[in-house]
Design a protein around this ligand. Structure first.
Ligand SMILES: Nc1ncnc2c1ncn2[C@@H]1O[C@H](COP(=O)(O)OP(=O)(O)O)[C@@H](O)[C@H]1O
Ligand SMILES: [Mg+2]
Length: 291
């Protein structure tokens, strides 16, 4: 029987965690309740119809505060579905229990900022007003959001482009602006769905480095979805490998590369290549298991 996600368990007795870890504190040493806790999640679209699709099968996953975790897996294995379930956007019911900061998912949760693959900038707004857009939706006072937007645009290297409209910006610059908008929200949880998927290889590395700098400075808990193993390794504390649909977790691999990382230097680091080979094998096994 299907049950609504997050409504199946009694409310947690303890207060939800509200604190964030200090920058670069070793996460293993931080004994805090998980920021994201997914237990026995199974998601079937169109349940009871001839077109029923089992998208996610019995996935359990938890993220410590400040952790950066990537989900990799073949197209259609349920990665976006998992992010959507965390946001409370999906109206269909799922089995299992999902918690964000101890609470069930709910639409419009200010604890979550969501960044998508394609830049979703509004073409009639300047970079500054796009960077401020999420804050505006959340009702932040004008002066505060303008200050934050200006500050974040500086941090992403767009300080001189604040008055430009998206059509005057390169694809990489538009994704910088989308990063500014995402981090300006100051939500403790970031969900990123292939945010650099459509960029050329060089621009992608630059944006990955920028994301690492922002993450180190702001220290959010991140679930990052990507097809790109190299990207997942360069960015993450852990990489979760999923099988082909129905998506199951086939491996949870710790990425023990030291931080701070230089994404470009990593490309020629043998430890990076060893991890790549290991994850590649796991991904192939996961894909083959369902063919
Ligand atoms: N709203 C929906 N209705 C029906 N099927 C869906 C819906 N969303 C996703 N699916 C199906 O669920 C599976 C997983 O999709 P998705 O989470 O988008 O995969 P991924 O992001 O890993 O590529 C796919 O087979 C997809 O067609
Ligand atoms: Mg997807």
């Amino acid at each position: 029987m299907s049950r609504p996600v997050g409504l199946t368990q009694p409310p947690l007795a303890q207060a939800p965690p509200t604190h964030e870890p200090l920058a670069h504190e070793p996460l293993a040493a931080v004994d805090l309740p998980p920021t994201i806790a997914i237990r026995d999640l199974t998601m079937r679209f169109g349940a009871g119809t001839a077109d029923a699709v089992l998208a996610v099968d019995n996935v359990s996953l938890s993220l410590a505060p400040g952790e950066f975790v990537s989900l990799v897996g073949p197209s259609g294995c349920g990665k976006t579905t998992i992010l959507n379930l965390l946001t409370g956007l999906l109206k269909e019911e799922a089995d299992g229990d999902v918690r964000v900061l101890g609470r069930p998912p709910r639409e419009g949760n200010p604890d979550i900022a969501y960044m998508l693959a394609r830049d979703s900038l509004l073409p009639w707004r300047t970079a500054r007003d796009n960077a401020a857009f999420g804050m505006e939706v959340r009702g932040m006072p004008r002066r505060e959001r303008e200050t934050r937007a200006r500050d974040l645009l500086q941090q992403v290297g767009l300080g001189d482009f604040a008055d430009k409209f998206p059509k005057a910006l390169s694809h990489g610059m538009r994704q910088r602006c989308a990063l500014a908008r995402t981090f300006a929200l100051d939500s403790p949880v970031l969900l990123m769905d292939e945010p650099f998927g459509a960029l050329d290889a060089q621009t992608k590395l630059t944006l990955e480095d920028l994301l690492m700098q922002l993450w180190s400075a702001h220290r959010k808990t991140v679930v990052f979805v990507t097809h790109d193993l190299a990207e997942a390794i360069a960015l993450s504390d852990r990489v979760i490998v999923m099988s082909a649909r129905p998506g199951r977790i086939v491996a949870d691999v710790a990425i023990d590369l030291p931080r701070p990382r230089d994404v470009r230097k990593l490309q020629t680091d043998h430890r990076f290549h060893d991890l790549y080979a290991k994850l590649w094998r796991l991904l192939e096994q996961g894909a083959a298991a369902h063919e």
